[in-house]
Every structure is written in C-alpha cells, then in structure tokens.
Ligand binder design. Structure first.
Ligand SMILES: *[C@@H]1O[C@H](CO)[C@@H](O)[C@H](O)[C@H]1NC(C)=O
Ligand SMILES: *[C@@H]1O[C@H](CO)[C@@H](O)[C@H](O)[C@H]1NC(C)=O
Ligand SMILES: *[C@@H]1O[C@H](CO)[C@@H](O)[C@H](O)[C@H]1NC(C)=O
Ligand SMILES: *[C@@H]1O[C@H](CO)[C@@H](O)[C@H](O)[C@H]1NC(C)=O
Length: 211
C-alpha cells in the first residue's frame, strides 16, 4: 500500500509541475557605466569617507544604456536604472564591493529587478534577480556579470551581463492591447503554485482513502 501511495504521490507532483506556467529566459547584453564626458550615465550623489577616488559610503545613481554588443554604438536593448553604493570599508581589489540595486528596463516596458553584492574586481560576479514585471512577472533568477573593459582613469566601464531567470509566461502583457497593463486585481489572491496546492490536497484525500 505504501508503495502504491508513494507512486501516486510522484504522479501527482509531476502533474502539478507540468501545469505550472513557468518560462525560462537567458539574455546577454552589455551595460555602459559612463562617468566621464558631458552627459555621464553614472553620477555620484553621496561622497563617502575619502574624497580621492571612490571610497566606502559613495553612492552613484545610474541610467546606463544596455546594448547588444560591447561597442558604445551597438544596438540599444534597454537601460539599467538604479543606484550602487560602496558598501565595503576596504577598497582594495580583494574586498571592494558594491550593493547594486537596479531595474533593467526594456523598451516594451517589461522590467527585471536586480539587487545584490557586487565584488567589482572579481572576474565573475553573481547577482540575484529578485523580481520583474510584464514578460518577467514573478521573475526569479540570477545574473552573471563580468567587467569587459574599465578605464582606470575615468572610471568608465563596460560590463557583460548574462541574465538567467524563470518567470510566469502566462502573466505576459498582450503587446497588442491598447489599455494600460493591468496590475494584480484585488480578487487575484490565487497562490503562486495553485496546481501544487491542488496536488497536496489530492495526496491528503488519497492518504485517507488508501488507509
Ligand atoms: C584616500 O584615497 C587615496 C587614493 O585611493 C589613498 O591614497 C588615501 O590613503 C585614502 N585616504 C584615506 C584617509 O583613506
Ligand atoms: C519584452 O522584452 C523582453 C526583453 O527583450 C523580452 O524578453 C520579452 O519577451 C518582450 N515581450 C514582452 C511581452 O514584454
Ligand atoms: C580613459 O579615460 C581618460 C580620461 O577620461 C581618457 O583620456 C582616455 O582616452 C581613456 N582611455 C581609453 C582607452 O578610452
Ligand atoms: C501564472 O499567471 C497566470 C495568469 O496570471 C496564473 O493563472 C497562474 O496561476 C500563474 N502560474 C504560476 C506558476 O505562477
């Protein structure tokens, strides 16, 4: 009986997973963090402990272009809007780190929210994707970030981003719709994995039936 029960459980769990509306997305782009020139895309709004160079406590607000390739004139695919703060007291390569807090804003209005620890001198950094809107509603995932180039005298940098996330495909906004995107309605109190809850319910019922 226990054998039959565990097999049914597996079947139900599989059915629950198959009906989930999750979709996975992988996107690569380059972020241009420009501090120099007449219209910098990164501006320091708070100066930290040391006025020479960057130091603990500095905060920069950014509106960085995201492009298909690493060149500045490569096709624009979106913007990274947000801020980063120097949150490590040490500024040496081994320990310098930022709190990076960004909305990746795509031209069709879909956004991805990224927030995490960025040890800027590490060759590869992993940042958490904590949410999204539009095509990326209910997004969760991670971003792998590499410094493509950095000009040590101006601070200008080009960063390669590889975004991997799972989101709810069926929550996509219909691009042909002329109305403004609808937010979650007051009646949409459905749990995130209703099919999973349904599976649990079935398992409970079966448990008592089999007994
Ligand atoms: C400020 O930064 C400069 C350059 O990075 C460094 O040489 C200096 O020691 C720092 N001063 C303090 C008080 O940390
Ligand atoms: C919007 O743009 C993103 C990023 O390019 C893309 O992945 C998504 O499929 C697009 N569609 C909608 C409906 O937002
Ligand atoms: C680096 O920045 C400095 C100062 O803005 C500039 O003079 C120099 O041309 C830049 N180097 C490169 C390779 O872009
Ligand atoms: C995805 O979104 C649709 C429509 O908003 C909803 O009915 C469904 O339950 C969601 N599924 C998951 C796995 O979040």
């Amino acid at each position: 009986m226990a054998y039959l029960q565990s097999n049914l459980l597996l079947l139900l769990l599989a059915a629950g997973a198959a009906t989930a509306d999750e979709t996975t997305t992988s996107v690569r782009f380059y972020m241009h963090d420009v501090m120099s020139g007449a219209s910098p895309s990164a501006v320091r709004v708070v100066q930290g402990a040391n006025s020479t160079g960057f130091s603990f406590g500095d905060v920069l607000v950014v509106d960085d272009p995201l492009t298909e390739g690493p060149a500045a004139d490569s096709a624009l695919v979106g913007r990274a809007q947000g801020f980063y703060a120097f949150t490590s007291q040490r500024t040496d390569a081994a320990a310098a780190a930022l709190l990076l807090c960004l909305n990746l804003v795509f031209p069709n209005g879909s956004t991805v929210a990224v927030m995490g620890h960025d040890p800027i001198y590490a060759q590869l950094r992993e940042l958490p994707v904590v949410g999204g809107t539009g095509a990326f509603r209910l997004a969760l995932g991670y971003a792998l970030v590499r410094t493509h180039t950095r000009n040590t005298s101006s601070g200008d940098a080009v960063l390669e981003w590889q975004l991997h996330l799972a989101s709810n495909n069926s929550a996509q906004i219909d691009p042909s719709s002329t109305s403004t995107p609808s937010g979650p309605s007051s009646s949409s109190t459905a749990p995130r994995f209703p099919s999973f809850h349904f599976s649990l319910f079935c398992i409970l019922i079966l448990h008592f039936l089999i007994k």
